[in-house]
Design a protein. Structure first.
Length: 608
């Protein structure tokens, strides 16, 4: 016990606890501020909830779009991915059935991956080096990127494989093989790097028959799992997921997602690799640097580098940029091997050299951390508006059929009748959208179009919290049960100036400029009635004040609003029957020796 409470061990524990708390809070904050997604936090939460509480085999609705028809078990997550290790999440989710359970569980699991790194350093007789690599692993922005993006089995592959590597190299076979199975069971790609790991281990121990045997068993088991994964997916979904889209400038058979047809094409034409790798070449080079430069490329001094290359070599054959981004889960396939290869390569150096290399490793990781870490570059704050949206969403029954926008879906993911796409024949009771979000107009699930379609098919506005929340209800004809208007103030930064100047932060049209089109402005608004108010002043002959001469004329969605000399404010009521554009086009008149200054355009509504 005294041995375990030494300084290196305590330093590692502090790092693990700190990371667990920080990343659990960070991912929770993303969830609370509606920055998690149907794909994939919602997918996993709904699949697990359906297995636990609805007697369905990991049923989830998000992937229905890419499953041509249901398999023998109905629509299931296993139609798309082979992930038997997902079963380990069931007991925890049963205790607290919330997407937050998955986010916290994932953060703690990733943090615990630091322990086998430290233990292996101690096993190699380089205890403080183990501490350093454990801390650098937790500081790695690609680890944080994988951890911070929803919940994924690829991310769980990382800590499970770190434990597996520790048990492999310390020859604790009774623990190695269970963790090998867990790692292989995360997702169908896992057998590829683990096969290469077995190959590397065999090469590293080619003079030891007793150890070579374990390398061969690892390779055979990996191939068996790959065959099993492909067979299960084929049985459940014989037609396969239809996610392929053509590579730009290449024949249609080359898909943006990795596909066996790519390998077939490369076998026929090996030079195609150069063309595929050069597509998005800058992105791929940057990702390669982000992956290996935190470890100063030291992993390339150890044979264990081989399995770490499996993901880059395969993903670089595609044009799907999320595959080579530091903010998605796929780096998890490489990180465990990079860390252990770095630890083994560095531990073989003389002690005096290790100190200098340790400093280099820390500086390299710090530089990439500052440049890439999501903790620095993507921050979230829980606001009063977020609280209002949460309170509103609680009013929607969780057993109703709902059509929910991507970033709001995780909140409804325990409901097996929650969908993100409006499939033919689906008649949801509620449609839940957030117009202020990027996902409202995303082409894959265009909720701006869904909303407008629904308003013409018997849906009424049930809740409207400005641009923060729009809820439609089938056959609802009353006033919104919740309504909060918004106020938008447009200034020079929000208009396109055609014929005018900016004077003291006002949009001006002087008498030296020709009359005609002055500026345009466009905003997108949810349905409702709005007041548009124009605040302006002018300078010129004083006698004009009593004449009511129109200095300019604004066309607002087909309605005219003059700006007369006898006032400094003008307003107009505009009705928006559907979600759409409010377009303002200003025309300046010629008034002798007169300049008009437009200070602001204020749009208020919807009128509750």
């Amino acid at each position: 016990m005294v041995r375990r409470l030494n300084a290196p061990w305590m330093a590692t524990l502090v790092a693990v606890v700190t990371y667990s708390v920080v990343m659990s809070w960070y991912t929770t904050l993303k969830y609370l501020t509606f920055h998690t997604h149907a794909a994939d936090l919602g997918i996993f939460a709904q699949a697990i909830a359906s297995a636990l509480f609805h007697h369905r085999f990991f049923y989830e609705t998000i992937d229905i779009a890419i499953i041509p028809r249901p398999g023998p078990l109905g629509y299931s997550f296993f139609d798309v991915h082979f992930s038997p290790t997902l079963l380990i999440t069931l007991p925890l989710y049963a205790l607290y059935p919330s997407p937050l359970t998955l986010l916290v569980f994932q953060s703690v699991m990733v943090a615990l991956g630091a322990l086998p790194i430290y233990w292996f350093g101690r096993y190699l007789g380089r205890e403080w080096l183990g501490v350093l690599l454990a801390v650098l692993y937790l500081m790695n922005p690609l680890v944080q990127g994988a951890n911070s993006f929803d919940f994924h089995m690829e991310t769980l592959f990382m800590p499970l494989t770190l434990y597996m590597l520790y048990f492999l190299f310390t020859r604790r076979w009774r623990l190695y093989y269970p963790f090998l199975i867990l790692s292989l069971g995360t997702i169908e790609f896992a057998p590829l790097p683990l096969f290469l790991m077995g190959l590397s281990y065999t090469a590293m121990n080619h003079r030891r028959r007793d150890l070579i045997m374990h390398g061969f068993i690892t390779m055979i088991t990996s191939l068996a799992f790959l065959a099993l994964a492909l067979e299960v997916k084929h049985l459940l979904n014989p037609m396969g997921p239809t996610t392929a889209s053509p590579l730009a400038g290449l024949p249609p058979q080359y898909s943006s997602s990795f596909d066996l047809s790519i390998l077939a094409a490369i076998i026929k034409n090996p030079l195609l690799v150069v063309r595929l790798y050069s597509s998005y070449g800058t992105y791929k080079l940057l990702y390669f640097l982000e992956l290996y430069s935190p470890f100063a490329f030291l992993p390339f001094l150890d044979p264990l580098i081989l399995p770490s290359l499996a993901w880059p070599l395969v993903s670089f054959l595609t044009t799907n940029t999320i595959y080579f981004s530091p903010y998605f889960q796929y780096s998890s396939f490489s990180i465990p091997f990079i860390v252990f290869a770095t630890l083994m390569a560095t531990s073989r150096l003389p002690g005096s050299v290790i100190k200098r290399v340790s400093a280099l490793l820390f500086i390299s990781t710090l530089v990439v951390f500052l440049g890439v870490s999501p903790l620095i570059h993507f921050t979230y704050t829980f606001t009063k508006s977020d609280e209002e949206v949460w309170n509103a969403l609680r009013l929607i029954p969780m057993n109703e059929t709902v059509l929910v926008q991507n970033n709001l879906f995780p909140i409804f993911s325990n409901n097996v009748n929650a969908y993100t796409q409006w499939y033919p024949g689906l008649k949801p009771m509620y449609i839940v959208a957030q117009p202020s979000s990027f996902w409202f107009t995303w082409y894959g699930t265009p909720y701006n179009e869904y909303v407008n379609l629904a308003l013409g098919e018997g849906y009424g506005i049930y809740m409207e919290l400005g641009n923060d929340l729009l809820v439609l209800k089938l056959n609802y004809t009353g006033k919104p049960v919740l309504c909060r208007p918004i106020t938008l103030v447009l200034g020079p930064d929000n208009v396109t100036l055609i014929n005018g100047v900016l004077i003291n932060n006002s949009i001006a049209h002087t008498y030296t400029e020709p009359p005609g089109e002055w500026f345009t402005a466009t905003v997108y608004l949810p349905p409702g009635n709005y007041t548009v108010t124009i605040n302006y002043t002018w300078s010129g002959p004083t006698y004009l004040r009593g004449t009511g001469t129109a200095l300019a004329l604004l066309n607002i969605n087909g309605k005219s609003l003059p700006l007369p000399t006898g006032a400094d404010e003008a307003s107009l009521m505009i009705s928006m029957p559907v979600y759409g554009e409010l377009t303002i086009t200003a025309y300046a008149n010629y008034v002798i020796n007169t300049t008009v200054y437009l200070h602001s355009i204020t749009i208020s509504g919807p009128l509750c």
